[in-house]
Design a protein around this ligand. Structure first.
Ligand code: ADP
Length: 512
């Protein structure tokens, strides 16, 4: 096992990783830019090293500085978190050259699966259905337009190096093509230093459903089931949940098998996510592979009882995964909301500044992953994600009730947050029924933007949700003599639990 891990990241994910290190008895080394000197990850890490000025291209994006700290501090592994260098093959390559373990896939697997077009090509070769469209970057707008005309509008121009919904433009007719191409390629160049584009057929109102996979170095690749991330604002996830309301065991198995096939074909090792769009008939189409831990990994942790960060570390250290796909049955329901320092009444513009006071929610079924504290100043230089509020319950209704309760407890002064938006979404009848798709939230905000930050008092849906939550709690209480499972908190990786169904009875087995 490793002695010391360098965490090449900041914010909530750096805190999440160093907590896993501490529980495993591994020392953690943090890095920080000038503006992050007082950040929570610096306070909590065993050691912390400065890596330069605030702009990330001069600090968190500098492979040379990260590797210099890794060497000087005597780290034997590097965890990249998500964002920054997490999907940059230069980091695993530099690690391999210095004999330091990268906690993630190899540079080759990252390249084979990480780019959207390379991923599509591998998906096609692996018999995984893809969204119709180009499989290579398209050289010039004329060729792209000809392809769009051939496929029929609407189409979506996408950055080959895309991420976070950037470098993407929907085109509905010929006249829009040239300006959309210009905007998408310049946005892609700014965001990724790579202006290359390709295009896909734009699917109307799909759901975004993704499969979490784990792959060890001994050839075992497992699917941990799905997360649904259909509540999005401008192609960016804002709420994630597991399991999906629409996925049945048969489709879950098919999607899991497809994800595992693709990971095998790409020689993938460690944690990764295969993203799909799913239509109303439950046909699924490959979207992309994220070759790293995802922001929304906690919802999978809550329903499986696994600790994905510890498993990432164990895999990187050469351990075998001690379970197979068949033994993993999701238990209960989990949901995550991403709390950002942003102003919902000003087009969700970032709202950095000093957190004057705050109250963090807690209580049954609530988990808060965050990198902030009272008195800390949210810098303007990075993604303004403050906290991930995750709820877990026996049913979706109970989970939503807990999340709503926790959001009522949550207060922050000094900065604006998007908490009000979640209070509203969690009261929307469509959301409560699970009738959502990737454009659902944009359409809702388009219909009534003024209410974005206010608590939407939908008395009927509140009452319906409450009645359902009571019914669910009673049902689970009745089943309690037949039911046992892990606590809602993550399990140690050496105590991975599995459930076996024997008739109606669930039994708990402990694997060592
Ligand atoms: P990024 O890497 O920038 O996040 P993705 O390819 O993962 O981009 O897509 C992000 C979101 O954009 C999807 O969840 C979906 O809402 C939307 N999207 C992407 N491709 C399509 C498509 N072909 N048709 C409809 N929506 C799409």
């Amino acid at each position: 096992m490793f002695r010391k891990i360098l965490i090449a990241n900041r914010g909530e994910i750096a805190v999440r990783i160093l907590r896993a290190c501490r529980e495993l008895g591994i020392r953690s080394a943090a890095v920080f830019s000038e503006v992050d000197r007082k950040s929570l990850h610096v306070r909590l890490a065993d050691e912390a090293y400065p890596i330069g000025p605030a702009p990330s291209r001069e600090s968190y994006l500098r492979v040379d500085k990260i590797m210099d700290v890794a060497r000087r501090s005597g780290c034997d592994a590097v965890h990249p978190g998500y964002g920054f260098l997490a999907e940059n093959a230069a980091l695993p390559r530099a690690c391999a050259e210095t004999g330091i373990t990268f906690i993630g896939p190899s540079a080759e697997a990252m390249e084979a699966l990480g780019s959207k077009t390379a991923g599509r090509q591998l998906a096609r070769r692996s018999d995984v259905p893809t969204v119709p469209g180009a499989n290579d970057p398209i050289e010039n707008p004329e060729d792209a337009q000809a392809l769009a005309q051939n496929m029929g509008y609407p189409v979506l121009l996408k950055a080959v190096a895309g991420g976070g919904g950037k470098g993407m433009r929907v085109v509905t007719r010929d006249a829009e093509f040239a300006p959309a191409w210009r905007d998408a390629s310049s946005e892609a160049l700014n965001a990724f230093g790579d202006s290359r584009l390709y295009l896909e057929k734009y699917l109307e109102k799909p759901r975004h459903i993704e499969i979490q996979i784990l792959a060890d170095t001994h050839g075992r690749v497992v699917s941990l089931g799905e997360r649904e991330c259909s509540v999005q604002r401008r192609h960016q996830k804002v709420i994630e949940e597991a399991p999906s309301l629409v996925i049945n065991p048969e489709v879950r198995k098919k999607m899991g098998d497809a994800a595992v096939r693709l990971a095998r074909a790409g020689g993938y090792v460690n944690a990764g996510t295969v993203e799909f769009l799913v239509d109303a008939h439950l046909n699924f189409y490959f979207l992309e592979v994220n070759t790293r831990l995802q922001v929304e990994h906690p919802v999978t942790e809550q329903v499986t009882g696994l600790d994905l960060v510890k498993l990432q570390i164990a895999i990187a250290a050469g351990h075998r995964l001690p379970f197979a796909w068949e033994t993993i049955t999701p238990r209960g329901h989990a949901m995550e909301v991403r709390l950002y320092a942003e102003d919902p009444d000003n087009n969700f513009f970032p709202s950095p500044g000093k957190i004057v006071s705050r109250h963090a929610p807690s209580g049954p079924g609530i988990r808060l992953d965050e990198g902030v504290y009272e008195g800390w100043t949210v810098p303007m230089d990075y993604d303004p994600l403050l906290s991930k509020l995750i709820a877990w319950g026996n049913s979706r209704e109970e989970t939503i009730a807990r999340l709503r309760r926790a959001l009522e407890e949550y207060t922050v002064t000094g900065i604006k947050t998007n908490a009000g938006l979640f209070r509203r979404i969690l009261s929307e009848p469509d959301f409560l029924r699970g009738e959502i798709h990737t454009k659902w939230l944009d359409e809702l905000l388009h219909r009534s933007p003024a209410a974005a930050s206010t608590l939407h008092e939908s008395a009927n849906s509140d009452r319906a949700a409450n009645a359902a939550a009571i019914a669910a709690a009673l049902w689970h209480a009745k089943q309690s003599d037949e039911h046992c499972g892990p606590s809602s908190s993550g399990q140690d990786s050496s105590q991975i639990l599995r459930w076996k169904r024997e008739g109606r009875r669930q039994q708990l087995d402990r694997l060592t």
